[in-house]
Design a protein around this ligand. Structure first.
Ligand SMILES: NC(=O)c1ccc[n+]([C@@H]2O[C@H](COP(=O)([O-])OP(=O)(O)OC[C@H]3O[C@@H](n4cnc5c(N)ncnc54)[C@H](O)[C@@H]3O)[C@@H](O)[C@H]2O)c1
Length: 268
C-alpha cells in the first residue's frame, strides 16, 4: 500500500474546539448553517434582528438553547459597533458572514435610499464583521476561516437588480483582497455564491418579480427552480454543507475563492 501524505486528515469533518459565528442566523441559510456547525461540535455564536434565535421551523429546542445568540441590527451604526465589540471579545475562528437584504430596481428607478440599505448591510456590515474578526484572530495569533455570502447575482448584472448585484460583486472583490492580506496570518477567506435557494428571502423576491414583471404569485419561484440544470431550487442545507466544508480543515488549501452552490446555474 502506498502511504498517502495527509490521508489521516481525511477523517470525518469535525468543528470541535472551534467557535463559529453566524450572522443572519434567523434566515433560511443562516439557521441551517448554525445547526450544522453545532452538530459538528462547534460552539456557535449567532446574531440577527429578533430578540431570540428562532432557527428553522424544525429546529429542536436543544439546538436553540445551545446557541449563544445576541440581537444586533447591523444597519444601525451602534448595533454594528456593538456586534464588532462582541466579535473582538469572542474571537471566533469561523465567521459565516451571511446577513443581507434583497431589493429590486433598474438604474432608472433604484434610488440611493435602496443603495444605502443594500450596501449598508450586504457590504459595509459584512466588511466590518470581517475586519473585527480578522483583527481579533491576528492579535491572538490564531488561524481562521471567514466565509462571506456572495450570490450568483454577483457574477453578472441584471437589468432589474442593480444594487443587489453590485453589492454581491463587491463581496467577491473584498473576499479576494482580504484573503491575500490575511494569508500570511493563516486566515482563509472565501465566498459562497448560491443560486436560487428556497428560503424566506424568496417570498420577497417572488413578490417583487410579480410586481416588476407582471408575473402571477409563485410563478417566478417556479420558473427559476425549473431552470436550474439539476432541476430544483436548492435547500438551505445544500449551502450549509458547503459552509461546513469551508469552515473545516478539509478546505485547508482553499482561499480567495468564490464557490458556486447553484445546481449548475452559472458557468464561469
Ligand atoms: N435564498 C437565495 O436564493 C439566495 C441566493 C443567493 C444568495 N443568497 C444570500 O444568502 C444569504 C442568506 O439568505 P437567505 O436566503 O437565508 O435570506 P433570509 O432573508 O432568509 O435571511 C437573511 C437574514 O438577514 C437578516 N437581516 C436583515 N436585515 C438585517 C439587519 N439590519 N441586521 C442584522 N440582520 C439582518 C434577516 O433578519 C434574515 O434573518 C444572504 O446573504 C443572501 O443574499 C441567498
Amino acid at each position: 500500500m502506498i502511504p498517502v501524505t495527509g490521508a489521516a486528515d481525511a477523517a470525518p469533518v469535525s468543528l470541535a474546539g472551534k467557535t463559529c459565528l453566524v450572522t443572519g442566523a434567523n434566515g433560511g441559510i443562516g439557521a441551517a448553517t448554525a445547526a450544522h456547525f453545532l452538530a459538528l461540535g462547534a460552539r456557535v455564536l449567532a446574531t440577527d434582528l429578533g430578540p431570540d434565535f428562532v432557527g428553522a421551523p424544525d429546529t429542536p429546542a436543544s439546538v436553540r438553547e445551545a446557541i449563544d445568540y445576541r440581537p444586533f441590527d447591523l444597519l444601525d451604526p451602534k448595533g454594528l459597533e456593538a456586534c464588532c465589540a462582541w466579535i473582538s471579545e469572542q474571537c471566533p475562528q469561523v465567521v459565516f458572514n451571511n446577513a443581507a437584504l434583497f431589493d429590486m430596481g433598474s438604474v432608472l428607478d433604484a434610488d440611493l435610499g435602496q443603495y444605502e440599505r443594500l450596501f449598508g448591510l450586504n457590504v459595509r456590515a459584512l466588511y466590518a464583521v470581517m475586519q473585527a474578526a480578522s483583527r481579533a484572530l491576528v492579535a491572538a495569533s490564531q488561524p481562521g476561516s471567514i466565509i462571506n455570502m456572495a450570490s450568483q447575482a454577483g457574477h453578472r448584472g441584471e437589468a432589474l437588480v442593480a444594487h443587489y448585484c453590485a453589492s454581491k460583486a463587491a463581496v467577491i472583490s473584498y473576499t479576494q483582497s482580504a484573503a491575500l492580506a490575511l494569508a500570511p496570518h493563516k486566515i482563509r477567506v472565501n465566498a459562497l455564491s448560491p443560486g436560487v435557494i428556497d428560503t424566506p428571502m424568496w417570498e420577497q423576491v417572488d413578490a417583487l418579480f410579480a410586481r416588476f414583471e407582471g408575473k402571477a404569485p409563485g410563478q417566478k419561484k417556479r420558473e427559476v427552480g425549473e431552470a436550474v440544470p439539476l432541476g430544483y431550487m436548492g435547500r438551505p442545507h445544500d449551502v450549509a454543507r458547503v459552509a461546513v466544508f469551508l469552515a473545516s480543515e478539509q478546505s485547508a488549501y482553499i482561499t480567495a475563492q468564490t464557490l458556486s452552490v447553484d445546481g449548475g446555474n452559472v458557468l464561469r
